[in-house]
Design a protein around this ligand. Structure first.
Ligand code: SF4
Ligand code: SF4
Length: 179
């Protein structure tokens, strides 16, 4: 076992957890977090060293790969190594199978894609932004919609609500942060 695998083992992430997170990446791509707070200075065990500062980076994280997980997974910072969503905890404690967890991830990604498609019809952004920032920029500003536009708004709010419920049920509570 490599030193990095040993670090994962100590924090309770086994092979199934690795597989799940590398198929997911929803806590890195702006689906439910706006920032990741990295530490500037970590020792070889991934702990913050004296003088190390917190460095908040906006999501989507620069290391996130479009359809997968983290491009630096084996050496990801300690904040990422120790963060565990409800789904990952469920798989680690064998309360849920890996296949069932991956199906929930696929469901969440499907809702997210549909919402992204709806949002792209309304506006395009030059730089990647967290999902909720984009959603509020598009739908909570400007004049009240009418006609066809009102239907599109209603559909988008429905999708947003469905995704939010799925996230709260299976991934994170409102108080969780990646820091
Ligand atoms: S949301 Fe959970 S399962 Fe997905 S990458 Fe993050 S910790 Fe892993
Ligand atoms: S470093 Fe990797 S695990 Fe951490 S937020 Fe970025 S993509 Fe996710």
């Amino acid at each position: 076992m490599t030193e990095l695998e040993e670090r994962d083992r100590k924090s309770g992430v086994d092979q199934r957890g690795t597989e799940l997170c590398q198929a997911c990446g929803l806590c890195c791509d702006g689906t439910f977090f706006t920032f990741t707070s990295f530490s500037d200075l970590e020792n070889e065990d991934g702990q913050t060293m004296e003088g190390g500062k917190s460095n908040s980076q906006p999501q989507p994280c620069a290391y996130h790969q479009c359809e997968g997980g983290c491009s630096i997974y084996a050496s990801r910072p300690s904040v990422c190594r120790t963060f565990r969503c409800l789904l990952l905890k469920g798989v680690s404690k064998e309360q849920m199978t890996l296949d069932a967890a991956i199906e929930i991830v696929s469901q969440a990604k499907r809702h997210r894609r549909e919402l992204e498609t709806a949002m792209k019809r309304k506006a395009s952004f030059l730089k990647p932004l967290p999902l909720n920032t984009k959603f509020h920029l598009i739908y909570s500003r400007g004049k009240a919609p009418d006609g066809e536009c009102l239907r599109e708004h209603a559909d988008a709010f429905l999708l947003y609500g469905t995704l939010k419920r799925l996230v709260q049920r299976h991934f994170v509570t409102g108080d969780d942060k990646k820091e």
